[in-house]
Design a protein around this ligand. Sequence first.
Ligand code: HEC
Ligand code: HEC
Ligand code: HEC
Ligand code: HEC
Length: 243
Amino acid sequence: MPPTTGPDHPKNLKMVVPADTQKLCTLCHERMTGRPLQQRQIVVADHAGTQQCTVCHNPHSPRLGLVAATSTAQAGDAAAGKVKAAECAGCHGADGVSNNLPGPTLANQNAGYVIDALKAYNSGARNDPMMSAAAKMSDEDAANLAAHFAEMKCENALTADKQATLPGHATAAKCTACHGANGKSSNPSWPNLIGQSKTYLVNALKHYGSGARKNAIMAGIVKGLSDSEIENVAAYYAAATCK
Ligand code: HEC
Ligand code: HEC
Ligand code: HEC
Ligand code: HEC
């Protein structure tokens, strides 16, 4: 949910964030001739469509890295997670790298994201016939598993030179702010894309587009992509396999 009030001001006064942030933010950020360039400008229809700016930007500090860093992640016990991870190996690989297994790669996945994903399957907010059953576990188990997978290695096997030659390169420029240049996200609540298969990535993107998988940020991103852009950008990240 986008925030409706800001931090406390003196006397516990809350600053209200207006419901229509498009109206507020475009006062300064809509592209127009003569506007000074240091005031970054966007073409609203291309950039945001009809979405509120606060779906992706924190109104109090609009740089993206600070948005949605809401993971409830507490540090788990990786050794305990390793024992429990035996239950996952059949579908996610003994080393967390899935190759042709049904589940996605979990090696080196961000711990906050893994915890959020497990809780989402557990609560039914995210649905999958295989994972909904596998994720029935305590918060402590989820934190331990996340700590274990975060420690497993998944080094990027792709050079910047090679990436530049892939057809998905141009589209990937829209993703790097959140998923990192090599598919490694800097925000612990957001997933790394490195190590995932093309099929998994295409499906995930299409599910966000259809609403089968719910996330306001990704739904907005996918709305701006054609089917061929989805294929190409998935191939781009799938090329960054785990070593
Ligand atoms: C009164 C004018 C004004 C309003 C209103 C305003 N901004 Fe800004 N915004 C700026 C200026 C000026 C900067 C550049 C600040 C700097 O470079 O330190 C900026 C910086 C940004 C940046 C960072 C750009 C970058 O590349 O670092 C983003 C994103 C942004 N604003 C989004 C928003 C959003 C979203 C809203 C509405 C909630 C908003 N702004 C409202 C003037 C405004
Ligand atoms: C679907 C998510 C999303 C929505 C909605 C969104 N933005 Fe952004 N915005 C981004 C991303 C991602 C970037 C960083 C792009 C990059 O670094 O190339 C960005 C960058 C910006 C920048 C910096 C542009 C620059 O040239 O550096 C401004 C200004 C900005 N957004 C303003 C807005 C305003 C105003 C709105 C509402 C009308 C809005 N955004 C809605 C995702 C979004
Ligand atoms: C029967 C096969 C199966 C088992 C066992 C299984 N998984 Fe999964 N897992 C999947 C599939 C398939 C997906 C992709 C589902 C989707 O698209 O949402 C998935 C997705 C996930 C995701 C989301 C990853 C992402 O990138 O979004 C996490 C986290 C996860 N599994 C963790 C686990 C853990 C931890 C265990 C062991 C306790 C486990 N899984 C056991 C099949 C399995
Ligand atoms: C403004 C930040 C932002 C931008 C830009 C962004 N994403 Fe995402 N992405 C997210 C977040 C947050 C999630 C986790 C959503 C969830 O929990 O389902 C996500 C999830 C994903 C997933 C699912 C990963 C998994 O392991 O299941 C894929 C695939 C994905 N993004 C691809 C892309 C691609 C391709 C682009 C560029 C075209 C892109 N994203 C741009 C924030 C972003």
